[in-house]
Write a protein that binds this ligand. Structure first.
Ligand SMILES: [Zn+2]
Length: 362
């Protein structure tokens, strides 16, 4: 058992079992050949998410540096992947930096950027000075009843005429790759699209941000990166490529590695409705009424399982209680510091508390 239980109540292993996705995959990263590409592509024509550019080198064993743009020439490809990969592992990178394949006469990236799946354009930022994403687009997708939000950042140009509210098809060109950002200089050699797949935390983000970060600017309403919690697109694209096991986004999210479990004394917050597929059954709460939720979080703060709890099942009056910590995960992926050790005990860190305040804000 890998849980260290900080407070009393027992864990329900049947419900919160941690499972691992199989990596056995005959098409996974084979040497490139026309037949193999055709064979694999035809098997996965129905996969919900597509690559956002023509760069598919993720599927070629040993070619990671042709797919990912690392942060410096001497850094490994992993610095351009998802996770605790920045600043020597102390900072999260919530997407993939996918290298350019094409350049114009001036050496500027020229790759068309495509929608990863059918969806609706919900946000276009055309003021690069207002975001470290530079020019970026957010698209909402509904996959297996789950709302997923893709982000395409550092764009040089948005497709002329593309508007918020427009429906797009997976594979449809939406922009041209670029190097825009208000925070970092992206050299030509590492030009890339920064690509994310996220859950949306709270519709009321803008109002919450005003109270949580007084005096700070939010130029992007609910489409602020802080309100979009990233899943690992590399894992998703690789899992979709597995011919043995059909990809399910719901299964993928439900099988996230658990960082911790928390009890929140809050109900009817937007996430519960938006991600009702992640809400588990509890006959006691159904009978007596829901007084709170026991929530499993991954290391990036994605709430991937929510168990309704009745008042009779909740001990203590605190708004947020840390119930358990998966210590191995807390040590392996610690950059967000959602839980921290103080005086030999695990506790919710400031970032963890902030994440829960946003999640449950109404
Ligand atoms: Zn990036």
């Amino acid at each position: 058992m890998i849980f260290s239980r900080r407070r009393g109540r027992g864990v329900e292993p049947r419900i919160f079992r941690i499972s691992k996705t199989s990596t056995a995959d005959p098409c996974y990263r084979l040497p490139l050949s026309g037949f193999v590409l055709f064979f694999c592509a035809s098997l996965f024509a129905q996969s919900p998410f597509q690559f956002p550019t023509a760069n598919h080198f993720l599927y070629v064993r040993g070619d990671d540096l042709k797919f990912f743009a690392p942060t410096a020439p001497d850094k490994p490809w992993t610095s351009g992947s998802f996770g605790c990969v920045r600043d020597d592992g102390t900072r999260i990178h919530e997407g993939l930096d996918i290298r350019h394949l094409q350049a114009d006469k001036r050496g500027e990236p020229a790759d068309p950027v495509m929608a990863t799946a059918d969806g609706m354009v919900v946000y276009i930022n055309t003021k690069p000075s207002l975001s470290n994403y530079g020019n970026y687009i957010v698209i909402r997708h509904v996959v297996e009843g789950l709302e997923i939000y893709s982000v395409y950042a550092h764009l040089s140009a948005i497709r002329p005429g593309l508007k918020t509210g427009e429906l797009v098809k997976g594979g449809e060109v939406i922009a041209t790759m670029g190097r825009t950002s208000n925070a970092e200089t992206i050299d030509k050699w590492r030009a890339h699209v920064h690509f994310e797949l996220n859950v949306l935390v709270n519709d009321n983000f803008a109002a919450w941000f005003k109270t949580a970060s007084p005096g700070e600017r939010n130029d992007h309403g609910e489409w602020n990166g802080q309100n979009l919690n990233g899943l690992d697109p590399r894992q998703i694209l690789l899992a979709e490529h597995n011919p043995v096991r059909k990809f399910s986004l719901l299964d993928f999210i439900r099988s996230q590695r658990e960082l911790c479990r928390v009890l929140v004394r809050a109900t009817n917050f937007p996430y519960v409705k938006r991600y009702s597929a992640l809400v588990l059954k509890n006959p006691v709460a159904e009978k007596e009424g829901v007084a709170g939720y026991e929530i499993a979080l991954n290391y990036n703060g994605v709430a991937f399982a929510l168990m309704p709890r009745a008042a009779s099942e909740i001990k203590g009056a605190a708004k947020f209680q840390l119930l358990s910590v998966n210590e191995a995960e807390a040590r392996a992926d610690s950059c967000r510091k959602l839980v921290v050790q103080r005086g030999g005990h695990w506790t919710l860190g400031n970032e963890g508390l902030r994440e829960l305040e946003l999640l449950t804000y109404r």
